[in-house]
Design a protein around this ligand. Structure first.
Ligand SMILES: Nc1ncnc2c1ncn2[C@@H]1O[C@H](COP(=O)(O)OP(=O)(O)OP(=O)(O)O)[C@@H](O)[C@H]1O
Ligand SMILES: [Mg+2]
Length: 588
């Protein structure tokens, strides 16, 4: 995920995904400019007051307000109050506008990123840890908000302020203006130098922070195992080591960052002292008035002092670019499973499933399926049995297009499944996977997860067929019972039955049941087997994957898998007559 991406493509991708109105950006920029312009008024006012008091009738102000000095000062005081209030209003507008912009950037970016992540193949989630993905979607996107909320406004203030100050300087004394500019290249050089150093360090700290997050997420998710194996100390030790590494990286950041500010300050002070002395000479020679000199000295502060903020701005910019780089790296990931254009219609499709010479290996290059061919006629029930790791679940995942085969063709109703839109293909298949996942919500919502508009009667019917209704009704809140994260308030068998009900309520033309009775007792298994037979009744093509052969004996066809090959095919009776793997499995 940390591949090299150019700054240009980072900014381009960023702009494509924030969908901000140009009007809001313009308002924010104009408000910032006005804010900075008005911010210079106090210095001008002080200079003007000195002019009024020292020059009296010769002052510039007298030209426009020819009153006695005291009245002039009162008029001037009123103008100052109005300008001050105006500055406060503009400052409020600028801050509000940038904050709103930052908020919408954060929101839009997070939603687009989340949408993109959802579109990625399963292999992305297998390669990248949950903690790493979460930290990008949460922390890195928050960094963007922080940058736009504060630092960008500071940066623009610095740029606008420098331009305004330079113009005023130039009007007062072009010679001193040139002197003022001397430290600027040094400051820019220092900023670049530290920016490069810090960028590397920030990337390392963020990676380390994601590693820590992954560790915390994993060890808390696996707290049951940690406790039962009394591994708390071991987990804590790992956490301490990771935390220490994180601290070491942060020490390096602090050391580098702390050097930056003094370096910038040193180069600024030279220009400050220079303007003080050179301006003083000009006053003593009579080429510069006292009022302009006072404006100049204060303006020097105004021009150069904000540059001390540059390290902070560069710091946040560097952090933001590191975050943006990680965000864009996810955007650069593209799902290899491309969408087709044909809509698979559940109402009119038949449900013939054919695998023709299908070979497949996972990205980690494990050869899993070798040239597999089989055919399941519409409405038939096919079973896959075989030793663990022989490739049974992989067949189901290929049919759902979680992965595409390396070779061969999988078709439904004679059409290559790659031609179908992924949504319509998956929508036509009711899938209960081997390790069903339940959401932290009510039983009712879990059953209706794929069909949120289903009637409560349909939910109950599916629940009865899945053997879940009886236990659900014994719960205090029945179908409204919350089941906790991952369904942890339910037993393994109860979870399995809710997952079966979730698939049944979908009433898809094709069903895949992968080890759905592994956690059930014999009696419940028999019950589910019978109710499934009633539902299926040659109306649904059904794939049953099972270790427990009781589930598969009534199947129309059974495929026996061994190390990624189909080694036996037939009905239960046919296979029992052969002295093959199936018979051995049945007898064991
Ligand atoms: N996501 C994955 N990445 C890499 N290898 C995988 C992945 N999923 C499964 N495998 C490997 O592919 C092989 C077949 O796995 P599969 O899950 O299809 O087996 P199975 O027949 O369903 O086994 P079981 O009966 O234990 O469920 C196994 O060797 C497994 O290690
Ligand atoms: Mg399996």
């Amino acid at each position: 995920m940390d591949e090299k991406i150019s700054t240009y493509s980072i900014i381009k991708k960023f702009l494509q995904n924030i969908s901000c109105s140009p009007l809001r950006i313009t308002i924010s920029m104009v408000a910032t400019f006005l804010n900075k312009l008005l911010d210079f008024l106090p210095e001008m006012f002080i200079g003007m007051s000195i002019e009024i008091v020292t020059q009296k009738q010769d002052s510039l102000f007298f030209k426009y307000f020819p009153y006695p000095v005291k009245t002039q000062l009162l008029i001037f005081a009123c103008i100052t109050i109005i300008a001050w209030i105006l500055e406060s209003i503009v400052e409020y507008c600028a801050k509000y506008s940038w904050s709103m912009l930052a908020l919408s950037i954060q929101h839009n970016m997070r939603i687009k990123l989340y949408e993109h992540i959802q579109s990625l193949d399963l292999s992305f989630f297998e390669e990248n840890h949950l903690g790493k993905i979460t930290s990008i979607v949460i922390d890195d996107v928050n960094h963007l908000e922080r940058f736009f909320d504060r630092s960008l406004m500071e940066l623009l203030k610095l740029i606008f302020g420098s331009i305004i100050a330079l113009v005023i300087f130039f009007i007062i004394s072009p010679f001193i203006t040139l002197f003022m500019l001397v430290p600027v290249p040094f400051i820019i050089f220092l900023s670049r130098f530290f920016h490069q150093k810090l960028a590397k360090l920030y990337a390392q700290t963020r990676t380390q922070s994601a590693i820590m997050l992954s560790h915390i997420a994993t060890s808390i998710a696996g707290i049951l195992v940690t406790k039962s194996y009394v591994s708390e100390k071991k987990e804590l030790q790992t956490m301490i080591l990771e935390g220490e590494h994180y601290n070491r990286l942060n020490y390096a950041v602090i050391k580098t960052r702390s050097l930056f500010i003094p370096s910038v300050r040193t180069s600024i002070v030279i220009a400050f002292v220079g303007s003080l002395v050179l301006g003083g000479y000009q006053v003593s020679e009579g080429t510069l008035s006292v009022s302009l000199y006072s404006i100049l000295v204060m303006m020097t502060q105004r021009f150069l002092w904000p540059f001390t903020e540059l390290p902070k701005i560069t710091d946040t910019y560097t952090k933001t670019m590191a975050s943006l780089r990680r965000i864009v790296a996810i955007f650069h990931k593209k799902g290899k499973i491309t969408d087709g254009s044909v809509e698979l219609q559940p109402k009119t499709m038949r449900g013939d499933v054919i695998f023709h010479n299908v070979s497949f290996s996972y990205p980690s290059n494990i050869h899993v399926l070798h040239n597999i061919s089989f055919s399941i006629p519409a409405g038939a029930t096919a079973a896959f049995v075989g030793s663990t790791g022989s490739g049974k679940s992989t067949i189901a995942k290929l049919l759902l297009r979680f992965y595409d085969p390396d070779n061969g063709v999988i078709s439904i109703d004679g059409i290559d499944i790659r031609s179908f839109t992924i949504d319509s293909l998956r929508g036509a298949i009711g899938y209960v996977n081997q390790d069903p996942f339940l959401y932290d919500t009510t039983i009712k919502e879990n059953i209706a997860y794929g069909t949120p508009h289903s009637d409560f009667d349909d939910i109950i019917r599916a629940s009865i067929a899945a053997g879940a209704h009886t236990f659900v009704t014994t719960l205090e809140d029945g179908y409204e019972t919350g089941i906790g994260e991952g369904g942890q308030r339910l037993s393994g068998g109860q979870k399995q039955r809710i997952a079966i009900a979730r698939a049944l309520v979908k009433a898809s033309p094709i069903f895949i049941f992968d080890e759905i009775t592994s956690a059930l007792d014999n009696e419940t298994e028999t019950f589910i087997q019978q109710s499934l037979n009633e539902i299926i009744q040659k109306k649904h093509t059904t794939i049953i994957i099972a270790h427990r052969l009781k589930m598969v004996q009534s199947a129309d066809i059974i495929f026996v898998l061994d190390k990624g090959n189909i080694v036996e095919t037939g009905t239960h009776q046919e296979l029992m007559q052969r002295d093959g793997i199936y018979k051995k499995l049945w007898e064991s």
